[in-house]
Write a protein that binds this ligand. Structure first.
Ligand code: Z5A
Length: 210
């Protein structure tokens, strides 16, 4: 698919406990108040098949999950999600707001697990063609603070059970990608109080409005 489409594609990224859920709701409400149709979705997931893949990916299991198998499952879910939800929504003019997308693959499978960035690029090109998010919010917070926030919420899944050093690599990868493409990425200091985080997000959202 070409990158030309009527709707805007916005993604929200970050390490654990950065507050994606609260801030996704804030962005959706902000856009809807301006009369924009917003399709809120997430990765891995977003369609029945992709949600089943999500369950398989997040479940803790005794068998060691091969890193390339994990990578392929992320892109299998993404392909289904793009073809059945993201692209049709963008084409009819809705804005798509997605909790994580391919930047998470670079950060977690590339930065975190150490898989080759070139392999990720190949799969990205196969699955997405030219399609990229129009804007990406990276909610950035000190890893230990994020993990502390996340631990109060629910039992850790397979990813959340990783060590601090893993999430430090994930965070470094997000920040380095953001530095390389400052037009697409907005890095938000998510260590502030929620109201201040949302004020910063609202300022950046203004720049995206027609
Ligand atoms: N993954 C991958 O490896 N590769 C990929 O390509 C993709 C994903 C797409 C599932 O993602 C896992 O998949 C994820 C990466 C991997 N692994 N992990 N871990 P997920 O997005 O569903 O999982 P998550 O990162 O754990 O997201 P989450 O559970 O939705 O967390 P969150 O949305 O960032 O946090 P939250 O629930 O909004 O906030 C956490 C708590 O902090 C909560 O109690 C809030 O009230 C509180 N909070 C939030 N903001 C603040 C502020 N500013 N101050 C104080 N307290 C706050």
């Amino acid at each position: 698919m070409s990158s030309k489409k009527p709707g805007l594609f916005i993604t929200v990224e970050g390490t654990e406990g950065v507050g994606k859920t609260s801030n996704m709701n804030f962005i959706r409400e902000n856009l809807e108040a301006r009369g924009i149709e917003v399709v809120c979705t997430r990765e891995p997931g977003g369609t029945p098949l992709a949600e089943e893949l999500r369950e398989l990916l997040l479940a803790k299991r005794e068998e060691k999950v091969d890193e390339t198998a994990e990578l392929l499952m992320m892109f299998a879910a993404r392909s289904q999600h793009l073809q059945s939800l993201i692209i049709p929504s963008l084409m009819r003019g809705a804005w798509v707001l997605c909790d994580r997308f391919t930047d998470a693959t670079y950060a977690y499978q590339g930065g975190g697990r150490g898989l080759s960035m070139q392999k990720i690029e190949q799969l990205e090109s196969l699955v997405q063609g030219q399609l990229q998010p129009d804007a990406t919010f990276v909610l950035d917070v000190d890893v230990e603070l994020g993990l502390e926030r996340a631990s109060k919420r629910s039992e850790a899944d397979r990813f959340e059970s990783e060590k601090v050093e893993f999430f430090e690599r994930v965070r470094a990868c997000y920040l380095s990608r953001a530095e390389q493409d400052p037009k697409r990425f907005f890095v938000i200091n998510a260590g502030q109080e929620l109201a201040a985080v949302q004020q910063d997000i609202a300022q950046q959202l203004e720049l995206l409005l027609p």
